[in-house]
Design a binder for this molecule. Structure first.
Ligand SMILES: C[S@@+](CC[C@H](N)C(=O)[O-])C[C@H]1O[C@@H](n2cnc3c(N)ncnc32)[C@H](O)[C@@H]1O
Length: 383
C-alpha cells in the first residue's frame, strides 16, 4: 500500500467499505477510558471515523501520503504520515497471525491449526516422551467418591469411555465402578505412560481417525453408560465431539461428565507466588486454558442436567492432595503453558521465581496440603 498513486488512492476511497458503528461501540465498551485511540494503517480513514465516535481523539497513521490526502477531515482526528515502515510484517511473519494479547472475548490467538478430523480443535502441545513421563508423575488422580457419585446416576455399568485419558488418571477409577473402560487419547506418548488396569483398554485415536471409526471403536451407537473427560474437554473441537457423544451414549440412561481443576491453594504466601507464575504465563495461554481458568463456566454443555452442575454453573468440588516441593515444581512444569512459552524461548520457571517458591515453602522436605479447585458438569442427552 505504501506509495499509492493519487488515482489508486481515489479508487480505494470510493470502493472500500466503512465498518459498522456497533463494532466501535462494542470495542469502546471494553476500555475504561476514551481519551485517545491510535488507528494504524488508517488508509482513507475507513475505520478512523468510526473510532472517533466513542473516543475523544484519534491519531490516524499511514505510510501513504496519497491515502491520507483522501481522508475525510474530522475534528477529533489527527492524520499522521508515518513513513517509517518498521511496523511492516516481514515475509517470515506471514501465515497464521501471531496475536500475543490476553483475550477480551473478541477472538484470540490460536496456537494450533484447526484439525478437520476427530475431536480435536487444538492439541495440548504434543508431548515428548520425557514430558509424558513428567505428566504421569506430576498429575493427580481423582477421589473415588466422584466415581461412585457418577455411577449412581446411570442404571447400567457395562461400558464407559474416558476420552483424553492421558495416563488413565480417571480411567482406572472409572474401572472400579464400570465393567469395561475404553480409554482413548490422541497422544501416543501419554498412552505409553498409562497406568495398566485389567478392565481398561487404552486405545490411540490419532487425528486422522474419522468420526464413524471412533464411534465403532468405542462400541457403536447407543452403547456407552458413562463418558468422562477429565481436564481434557477444553482441548476438543466441541462441534465434532458433542455429536459423537450423543451418538454413543445410551439413550436413555447414559451420561457424560467433564471436569477440570483450575487453581491450587496452599497458603497465602505460596498462593501469591503461584499467581505471579500464572501472570507470567498469561501471554502464552491458549483459549483452552482460559476455558479451564474460567472454571468451565463458559464451556458449552448442551446436555440435560442430572444434578451435577449444568451449563454455565459447574459443580464446585475441592480435591485435597499432599504435595512435596519437588511435586509442585513437577506439576508446574507439566502445564502446557510452560511448554508453549519454552518453545518461544521463555522460561516461566526462572531461578528467581523458584527461589521465592523455595523460601515460601519452608523446609524443603516438608509435605504440604494442596487444594485443587475443581469444576464438574454432568448431563444426559436431551430427548
Ligand atoms: C490435560 S490432559 C488430561 C489427562 C487426564 N485425563 C487427566 O485427568 O490428567 C488432556 C489430554 O487430552 C488429550 N487430548 C487432547 N485432544 C484430544 C482429542 N481430540 N481426543 C482425545 N484426546 C485428546 C491430550 O493428549 C492429553 O493427554
Amino acid at each position: 500500500m505504501e506509495g499509492l498513486f493519487d488515482k489508486q488512492a481515489t479508487i480505494y476511497l470510493t470502493t472500500r467499505p466503512g465498518y459498522p458503528r456497533k463494532w466501535f461501540s462494542k470495542l469502546a465498551a471494553l476500555s475504561p477510558h476514551h481519551y485517545l485511540a491510535w488507528d494504524i494503517g488508517a488508509g482513507n480513514a475507513q475505520a478512523t471515523i468510526g473510532v472517533a465516535e466513542p473516543y475523544k481523539q484519534v491519531n490516524a497513521g499511514d505510510t501513504s501520503e496519497e491515502q491520507l490526502k483522501h481522508s475525510v477531515p474530522h475534528a477529533p482526528v489527527q492524520y499522521l504520515l508515518t513513513p517509517s515502515s518498521n511496523l511492516r510484517i516481514s515475509e517470515k511473519g506471514r501465515g497464521t497471525l501471531p496475536f500475543p494479547f490476553e483475550s477480551v472475548d473478541v477472538g484470540c490467538e490460536d496456537f494450533w491449526s484447526f484439525s478437520p478430523v476427530n475431536t480435536a480443535k487444538r492439541q495440548t502441545v504434543d508431548l515428548s516422551s520425557e514430558e509424558a513421563v513428567v505428566y504421569s508423575e506430576a498429575r493427580p488422580r481423582y477421589p473415588s467418591e466422584w466415581f461412585s457419585m457418577l455411577a449412581a446416576l446411570t442404571p447400567q455399568h457395562s461400558v464407559a469411555w474416558d476420552v483424553g485419558t492421558g495416563n488413565g488418571q480417571a480411567a482406572i477409577s472409572v474401572a472400579e465402578v464400570y465393567e469395561k473402560v475404553i480409554a482413548t487419547d490422541i497422544s501416543d506418548e501419554q498412552l505409553k505412560q498409562a497406568i495398566p488396569h485389567p478392565q481398561v483398554q487404552y486405545v490411540h485415536t490419532p487425528l486422522e481417525m474419522s468420526d464413524d471409526e471412533l464411534v465403532s471403536l468405542i462400541g457403536g451407537e447407543n452403547s456407552v453408560d458413562l463418558i468422562t473427560a477429565a481436564t481434557a474437554v477444553q482441548w476438543f473441537d466441541l462441534d465434532r465431539f458433542y455429536p459423537i457423544v450423543k451418538r454413543v451414549l445410551r439413550k436413555p440412561g447414559g451420561i457424560i461428565a467433564v471436569w477440570c481443576y483450575g487453581s491450587m491453594e496452599f497458603s497465602p504466601e505460596i498462593d501469591a507466588i503461584l499467581r505471579r507464575f500464572f501472570d507470567l504465563g498469561k501471554p502464552f495461554q491458549s483459549q483452552s486454558f482460559k476455558i479451564a481458568s474460567q472454571c468451565y463456566k463458559t464451556l458449552p454443555f448442551p446436555f440435560e442436567s442430572v444434578g451435577v452442575g449444568c451449563e454455565g454453573k459447574p459443580m464446585e468440588l475441592d480435591m485435597h492432595k499432599e504435595m512435596s516441593f519437588q511435586g509442585l515444581l513437577k506439576f508446574l512444569s507439566s502445564l502446557p503453558v510452560v511448554h508453549i512459552a519454552k518453545e518461544q524461548g521463555v522460561d516461566l520457571l526462572p531461578e528467581e521465581l523458584l527461589k521465592d517458591f523455595e523460601r515460601a515453602w519452608g523446609e524443603p522436605e516438608s509435605v504440604r496440603a494442596a487444594t485443587y479447585k475443581t469444576y464438574m458438569l454432568a448431563g444426559k442427552v436431551k430427548l
